[in-house]
Every structure is written in C-alpha cells, then in structure tokens.
Design a protein around this ligand. Sequence first.
Ligand code: NA7
Length: 547
Amino acid sequence: MPDANTTSPPAQFDAIVIGAGFAGLYQLHCLRDRLGLKVRVLEAADGIGGTWYWNRYPGARCDSESHSYCYSFSDELIRDWEWSERYPEHPEIRRYLNFVADRFDLKRDIQLGTRVAGASFDEGASRWTVRTEAGETFSAQFLITAVGCLSSANVPKIPGLEDFEGDWYHTGEWPHEGVDFAGRRVGQIGTGSTGIQAAPVIAAQAAHLTVFQRTANYSVPAHNAPLTPEFKAKVKAGFADIKRTMHSTTNGHPFVIEEQSVFDVTPEEREAIYERAWAKGGLQFRANFRDITTDMAANATAAEFIKAKIRAIVKDPATAAKLSEIDHPYAAKRPPIDSFYFETFNRENVTLEDIRADPIDRITPTGIRLQSGKEIPLDILVFATGFDAMTGPFLRMDISGRDGLTLAEAWEAGPRSYLGLNVKGFPNLFTITGPGSPSVLCNMPVPIEQHAEWIAGCIAHMRQHGIATIEATEEATESWSAEVNAAAEATLLPQASSSWYLGANVPGKPRVFMPYAGGMAKYRGICDEVAAEGYRGFELGRATVAA
Ligand code: NA7
C-alpha cells in the first residue's frame, strides 16, 4: 500500500461498478449512455467476461440455450450477432461480450487488472470510497456490485493438498493455456453441473479418469448441436416473442412451463412425455409438468424416469447403482445437462469412486487415499467443487456501511437484503443479482438486465428529485427475508440439504436459502410496484449532494 501521505486523492465518479461480466457491461451502458453519468468499471481480470473469463475448464459451456443467453435490450445486437451452437461454449460467450463492449464503446470506462479490496461509506459526504488491492482509491455516490454469484472458487480443505506432487486445478480458475491430460492419471472431485460437463472431455484425453462422487446427481442430455440456418433465421425474425416468453416465465428461459399436472395424464402418457423431453434434452425437462418442482409425488415420477435412464445407459450394474442412488428430488439442486456424462462410465479408462461410502482420508504426494486405505495414484487433480456462491464474492471484499458496520457483520447469520438489491446499513450500494434476488434460479441475462435497468431507473429518480441516499428499511428487509423463505418453502428446493443454494457446500457457512424462488416474472412486478410507489421500503435521504 502506498504511504498515506503520498496517496493521491480518490478519483471522482458518479458510480463505481465492480465487475465486467454480463451485469457490469450493461450497467455501464445504462448509467453512462442513458443517464450521462461518469462511471468507472473495476475488473479484477485482465479481460472482460466475468464468469466466462475464469471458467475455461474442458467442456465449459452455458446450460441456457444460446438464443436466450444474450442481452435482449438492443434489436441491433440481436440482428448482428450469430450464435453457432445450441449451447454456447465459453470462448464464444467471451467473443459475444467483447462484441457488445466494442459495439457500445464500453472498454474505455473499464479498468482491467484491478481487484477491489474494500469500500466504505462516508456518511458526511454520502459517498463511497472504493479501495483496490494496488492502493488506488475512487470516490462515487453509487457503488454497484456486478460481481456474479459463482465467482469465488471453493477448494475444499482436504488434508495433504499442499504435499501433492502432481498438478491441481479448480475448474473456475482454469489456466488459459489449457491443461494437457494426455497420458496422465486424472482425479476429478465433484459431480455438479461443472463436473458433469468436464468428465467426458477429460476422459477422452486422459490415460485414466477417476471421478470422486460424494452425491449422485441427475442429468438430462443437452443434445448440443450446431444451429441450423433455419433456426437462426427464426430466432431473428421472432425474437420479440421469445423475449416475451422469457419475461413471462419463472426462470427466464425461452420455454413455457406446462399447465398440466403429472397426475392429469395416464402413466403411459407421462412416460411418452418424458421420453420426448429426454430426446429433446435441456433444462426444459422440468417444464413438462407444472408440479415437478413443487410436489414430491410429482417429482418422483421425473426422478424415477431419469434414474431408470442412468441404469439403462451405464453397463456395470455396481457403477449404475452408485450413479442412480440419488438422495434428493430432481431439480432441488441446480439440474445439470450433459453431453454423454453417464456414457463416460462405460469407458475402460474411467472409474467412479463413491466417497460417500468410502470418504477421502487425505491427499498424498502421489494421489488420494480413501478411509478404507485404498490408494488411487494420480498425476492431476481437478476440483469441480463449485463456489462459495452468492455471498462469497461480496465477503471477500471488505465493505463497510453506516457506523462502520461491515457486510460480514450484517450477514453473520446469513445474507439479508431488500429485493436482493440493497442491504440495510449500506446506502447507495446496489447489488446486481445479490442474495435475495431470483438470479441463479434463472437464465442469468434476464435478471441481470432487469436489475441494471431498475437500478438506472432508481438513480434517475434520485437525481430528478434531489435525493442523496437510498437505503432499505429494517421493516422491508424483514418482510423480504420472510418472502424469500416462503417462496423457497413453496418449492422442493430446500429438500436438497447439501445444496449451494443453501450455502451447505461451504463448511461453517450459515444455512439460509439465498435466491428468491418466487419467479422472475413475479419479482419484476414487485420491483416495478416498489418503484411506482416512490421506492416503497426504502428510506430516501433528501439532502442535496455536493457535486
Ligand atoms: P456445485 O454444483 O456446487 O457442485 C460441486 C460438486 O463438488 C458437488 O458434486 C459436490 O458434492 C462436490 N464437492 C464439494 N465439496 C466437496 C468435498 N469437500 N468433497 C467431495 N466433493 C465435494 O458446483 P458446480 O461448479 O458443478 O456448479 C455450479 C454452478 O455453475 C451450476 O449449478 C450452474 O449454475 C453453473 P456435494 O453435492 O456437495 O456432495
């Protein structure tokens, strides 16, 4: 850190945005180009892309279909960008985000290679001071976090990692030059969406792959394929309708959730519907009946169908049993989609270790030892172990609000917010897709665009009415927390007790159901009402701000 006496005064901005992924880019455009604000985006990475800058592991692609995994605010972008595959792979998403940034001339206001260390609110001036790890400071009336929900890698503290003589990697911090698996014995820990994408690709290159599975998981085929010219033309011509669908559904995807119940049809009809859905593939598997995600008996029909598919695909009965004995309802954890994941276990060079039955004792210099004493020799270890989700990216920064209250203190018992957009005690801090927002339960660009536009609308309102500060009230925070809990309880989501939605994947993390499960369409309506009622639930500080 530079000496306090030699530190230059903070650079002055109207708004500082942290993060240059989908959220940060659009927030910059909204604030700079529509409101005329002076904005600086601070980004830790050496390039834009957010999640997709870091997640370059083998097989990394989005589970949302490409024609919906994009911004919808600009007809020009829809007209001029063309996706190549049903699900976009990570380099294509980065190319897309660079295309957007260039089209709107965003890069001149993005400062790369700049990791924010902390930020504090100056009550006298009603401004935030933001500090970077390099010792730079910035001052702004508004601080907007666009830090993503899954950007803080979770490397479990397994004893012995420091002594491992091979190479190890976390999927969310993958080396840009890639990893050469040829001729190597690879161990992969984790069978979430990431592990399920990575295993088939690693297995095709490595001498041997051992997958360490703690919790068996469902997966439905992605059926990824190049997009046909007809499909591309249909999307461009019909994007207004696609957008309407995305904005009217619970999860922001471009498909509707069927009205019918699992029990409105005969078992034979149901089986036929599931077969068609399996053949079509993708996240819409859960949209075939309205009650798959809310009713245990309905869910069990989908769960049993998928378990039977796993047993049919995997030839070795013992391996098939380990993969299909799943302890939670289908889609109660984030449902993965895959490209030949279960088929991978039919390869000669792939082994499954059930570490629920025989847990990892330690990592040794040459591999992994299980509690039974079994040793698995490894050259490379891949941690597909997920993220300190939603709160992790915030709490690794030192953020303090009114009266020096830190965010870590405010969230000691788990995150609380109003609408997932602001935290009491932290005036003028806006948290795009923060805990308490629909975020990770949705096709992310949809909540991101809604949040960025709502925040811009709020700031415009404040400027027009001479309002210096906005801060959630305790009452609104309390009632939103109750609403988030009630929304989760109305679904089967809390039934997956080890899910990262609950913070259960990180030892010691408070168990609070973090995303709002009431649906994106309902959430949008609530946010619009709050704004229309003069920002109900927020305290507005009417003192004028010194420019
Ligand atoms: P997830 O979904 O959190 O999956 C992580 C996986 O790693 C999961 O199978 C975990 O098992 C496993 N894990 C985590 N810690 C350990 C330890 N200590 N020992 C053994 N196994 C462990 O992360 P992903 O990266 O796959 O997906 C994150 C999201 O990215 C995804 O949902 C999409 O939204 C995109 P567990 O189930 O906890 O027993």
